[in-house]
Design a protein around this ligand. Structure first.
Ligand code: BDR
Ligand code: CA
Length: 327
């Protein structure tokens, strides 16, 4: 039986790991499994101007340049107390490799804002779109503020963010996407109950190695995507090792790819239904995700939270799908 492609709006802040998820999504779209409805770029890993340009370039590279890219909303509490992550992802967010990619084909100055694009696409097809949010939740919160109830029109919202009963990655307690704009995250977690959350609990297990990059590029080493994957992997491994993110294993964490695993390879993940809240006030805990684990009734539970992943299997799946893109 032929299945309908899953309609996806990707909210992203490329980002080394965003770039891998983005390419993987384009592979899934080429295979007829996904439809990329829009990209809503967001201020996060690097400034909104760079995440917009990076998104355009990745679409050009993957052959989906017709997809509209929104420019990230600037504002809210974004970046008040957390610096961006250019020190991990490179000044352009893409391992300082963006100059090797095709030129951006859409103009930042005239692009629609990402919140307007989200509102437009969700209104046009209620309960059909999956919003995959792999950056700070600034755009989603802005859309909800402008058009209350709009996020409920998404079929589901799949988020990379948070950490439960384990350390954060930008503060002792908080994960980057939530900590960068805690007020936005708070708003999204308060107004939705159809959230799927991929926290550091699972993404810390997804160590993408240079060996996997080599396996992919061996299929067609001269292909521009193969060259980009190899060079980006090399850059990301460098910063991941410096910041001791992989327990000494040469590789880097493909956090954002976990969201697509949920949609296309759900057998690789284990979930718990939960009431998740965002700490916005704590002096030491701002941006922390809290899961109420007491045995009391939770009629307002708002999220499915992934707590375990079959990492070996999932990484092999990602590599195979990326090969598809360069054949
Ligand atoms: C998240 O933060 C960003 O730096 C990554 O792209 C990912 O979305 C991981 O904490
Ligand atoms: Ca990201």
């Amino acid at each position: 039986m032929k299945t309908q492609p899953i309609k996806i709006i990707l909210d992203t802040d490329p980002g080394g790991d965003d770039s891998f998820a983005f390419l993987w999504l384009q592979s899934l779209a080429r295979q007829g499994l996904a439809e990329i409805v829009a990209i809503t770029s967001v201020d996060g890993n690097v400034h909104a101007k760079h995440t917009f340009a990076g998104s355009c370039k990745l679409l050009q590279l993957g052959g989906f340049s017709q997809v509209e890219v929104g420019r990230g909303v600037i504002g809210g509490s974004a970046s008040e107390d957390i610096e961006d992550a250019g020190y991990i992802h490179g000044a352009d967010g893409m391992g300082n490799l963006s100059h090797t990619l095709p030129a951006a084909h859409q103009d930042y100055e005239t692009a629609r804002y990402s919140d307007d694009l989200l509102i437009d696409k969700l209104n046009a097809a209620p309960n059909e779109m999956i919003v995959v949010a792999i950056g700070p939740l600034t755009n989603l919160a802005a859309a909800e503020k402008k058009a209350p109830g709009i996020l409920k029109l998404a079929k589901q919202i799949v988020i990379m963010g948070g950490a439960f009963l384990q350390p954060g990655n930008v503060t002792p307690e908080a994960e980057f996407n939530i900590a960068y704009d805690p007020e936005a995250a708070d708003l999204v977690f308060r107004c939705c109950n159809h959230l799927v959350v991929m926290p550091l609990n699972v993404t810390r297990k997804l160590v993408f190695t240079p060996n996997l990059a080599e396996q992919i590029s061996a299929v067609n080493p001269d292909h521009p995507i193969a060259k980009f994957i190899t060079a980006l992997c090399q850059f990301m491994v460098g910063t991941a090792m410096t910041f001791r993110e992989t327990a000494g294993k040469p590789g880097f964490l493909v956090h954002d790819a976990a969201t697509l695993a949920y949609l296309f390879y759900p057998e690789t993940l284990m979930f718990q239904r939960a009431q998740v809240d965002i700490e916005t006030k704590g002096e030491w805990t701002r941006g922390k995700t809290i899961m109420d684990r007491r045995n009391n009734a939770k009629p307002t539970a708002n999220a499915w939270v992934a707590l375990d992943v079959d990492a070996v299997n999932l990484l092999a799946i990602i590599a195979e799908d990326l090969k598809f893109l360069i054949r």
